[in-house]
Design a protein. Structure first.
Length: 430
């Protein structure tokens, strides 16, 4: 991960990141703490005994290199282990500690999730470790965690406690924390479905080495349609992240402008914080100068070329849909009317098809099947508009969650063929 020149004050960065973690329900009002270490040795940290859902910038505490503190509150009671990690790992400049439910479940079982479910969780989570239990806030806990980080670990499960991750900035530490929890949640859901499939070294390398390099062009004045689509894409990207249909480090969303042009998300930028200017215009196989389109740009392009009726495309990683992608269990839409009417039959795409630049991914979606499960890589959904694609993504994920939950109750019962025929006739599905 590259170190970027920090421009946001540590007070604001900690406050904003904690608000996001709490808003995603990845910690509790009283649990978790964040810190940033400055070049001069000062450590900014969230305070003790202050509502995590209502932090202000003035609540953040600075512990000076000489041990003195500045702030309205005492620093987090977990400050000793933050200090110990920084001493053990000079390359770490920010730490996230929280109690997200999936990783807490692993901590209770004295285990860590296998991040090879999905290439991004594996690459972002870094080296995974496990730290033996010690009393929260104690020097012993600091020594236990620091010793695990000293071994080269980046994401550490704390026995019967939670998780700690470290990175070179708070933004990348958050991404690491989110990816690690995503791996934990997906693993738990997938284990409820069946045997979980993990990626081998060759498959991970295939995903890591994919790239797209399009020639560039200087676009003219944006049309009213382009401006409107930029706004809508940003709104739905933000909504998708907040509803946990998208994760900040992966996935792509695009909207068609014309037969030969579309807007798409950029690569390596936080999906929730994208602005209208961050989106990349691609026209006649050329990308907007000064920007890097998603590495999935050629897959989007191939789908638009083959399917003129498709106006929006999303590659996403909702937890329940992704759980189906890492097992061989068929995703069956014939469970409730809405699922079948919106999604029809959902294809299962073999691993890596979407990384190839031969356009073959377009063969796996059609008007009779607007969505697909991508083996060990989430889902693909197409639509007649941005709203239509997003709506289908929501329906797919809610269906996947309902089916997984149903398996805890009894046998899943699909609708009969006569019901399907009735739906096809009633909703003009052909």
């Amino acid at each position: 991960m590259s170190i970027q020149r920090p421009l946001i004050h540590p007070r604001d960065e900690i406050m904003q990141t904690m608000s996001r973690i709490y808003g995603y329900r990845m910690t509790t009002t009283s649990g978790g703490n964040l810190s940033i270490r400055e070049e001069n040795g000062d450590i900014w940290i969230s305070p003790a005994r202050v509502d995590k859902g209502n932090l202000t910038r003035n609540d953040i505490v600075c512990v000076k290199a000489d041990g003195s503190t500045e702030g309205l509150h005492p620093p987090s009671s977990e400050f000793p282990f933050h200090k110990a990690i920084y001493a053990a790992r000079p390359d770490i400049r920010a730490i996230v500690h929280a109690h997200p439910v999936a990783l807490v479940a692993f901590s209770i079982c004295h285990a860590a999730p296998n991040t090879r479910l999905f290439h991004q969780t594996h690459s972002i989570s870094g080296n995974v470790g496990f730290a033996p239990y010690a009393c929260p806030g104690s020097e012993e806990l600091g020594q236990s965690i620091a010793a695990t980080f000293a071994q080269g670990c980046d994401s550490v499960i704390l026995e019967n406690h939670g998780v700690v991750v470290g990175s070179d900035s708070l933004a990348s530490a958050f991404e690491r924390f989110e990816a690690f929890e995503f791996a934990g949640k997906t693993s738990i859901k997938a284990n409820q479905l069946g045997t979980v499939r993990y990626l081998d070294d060759a498959q991970l390398k295939q995903a890591a080495n994919r790239s797209v390099k399009l020639p560039t062009f200087e676009p003219g004045i944006a049309t009213e349609q382009e401006r409107e689509l930029r706004l809508k894409l940003c709104q739905f990207l933000k909504r998708g992240c907040r509803q946990r249909l998208l994760i900040s480090t992966e996935g792509s969303f695009s909207a068609r402008l014309g037969d030969d042009s579309y807007l798409i998300t950029p690569t390596q930028k936080d999906r929730e914080s994208l602005s209208i200017d961050d989106l990349v215009l691609v026209k006649d196989g050329h990308s907007e100068i000064g920007k890097k389109p998603s590495r999935a740009a050629l897959a989007h392009q191939a789908i638009y070329a083959k399917h003129p009726d498709v106006q929006a495309i999303v590659f996403a990683h909702p937890v329940n849909g992704t759980a189906f992608s890492v097992t061989d269990v068929k995703f069956d839409t014939r469970t409730i009317p809405e699922s079948y009417v919106f999604l029809l039959d959902v294809a299962h795409v073999p691993y890596g098809v979407q990384y190839q630049n031969d356009g073959s991914i377009a063969d796996h979606v059609s008007p009779k099947g607007p969505a697909a499960i991508l083996e060990n890589d989430g889902v693909l959904v197409t639509g007649s508009s941005i709203l239509d694609a997003f709506d289908r993504l929501e329906v797919l994920e809610s269906t996947a969650e309902a089916v997984i939950n149903a398996k805890a109750i009894g046998d899943v019962s699909a609708m009969s063929q006569s019901v399907i025929d009735e739906l096809r006739s009633a909703f003009n599905l052909g």
